[in-house]
Design a protein around this ligand. Sequence first.
Ligand code: HEC
Length: 192
Amino acid sequence: MAFGGLKRGEKILFGIFLAIGVFAVISFILMEVIRSRMDKPMYPTTTHYDFSAEGLKGSEYAREARCTSCHRILRSGTNMSLNLDGIGSRRSFDYLINFLKNPEATYSSKTIDHGLAPKEAAYVAELPEEQQHAIAVFLSELRADPGSAVARAPEGQSGFIDEMLKVWAPDTWKTEYKDVREDAKSEEGESK
Ligand code: HEC
């Protein structure tokens, strides 16, 4: 017998490894079966797009410029920073082009990565004008599905949200934090 020469402790150890191995294989098969039966994708795409020629070019520039090393755009990228899906529904084209060129002057609060060197995304402001323009077109064509998590913050008054704020938020919230709903309102004039 091949295992005959093993000590008791060794048999137990090999037994445990074998059990772990078998468990891993079974789990893998199960996961694959479950995944193949799911009709929804793991990361649902909540952005729709119909790119113009320049927008398509912009998507290539954005890929080459490694925007996805920080941002999530369509199904690729990371969650290190803001999700740019649906950004075209939240920001106007003018905002986007201004942000790419002059992030510190455009962003509503202090920037972390965009801006002047040595900030990590400083190179974005230095990209050739033609590329910035195409990228801004690309971003403005990423439209959010209405009601999805990447859609624009609800506009107008919501009695429900006001009531919730009154009940749950400390009185100081209005001075210490920004009301994104007011952002949406003031941007409305700019967007096309
Ligand atoms: C090193 C990480 C990093 C890289 C690379 C990066 N970004 Fe950003 N981006 C951020 C962060 C962080 C913010 C939030 C503003 C800030 O703190 O700089 C941001 C904000 C933005 C915004 C503003 C969103 C809004 O709602 O105001 C846009 C648009 C944007 N990035 C586009 C791009 C594009 C296009 C590229 C590639 C050409 C890119 N970013 C590359 C980290 C990055």
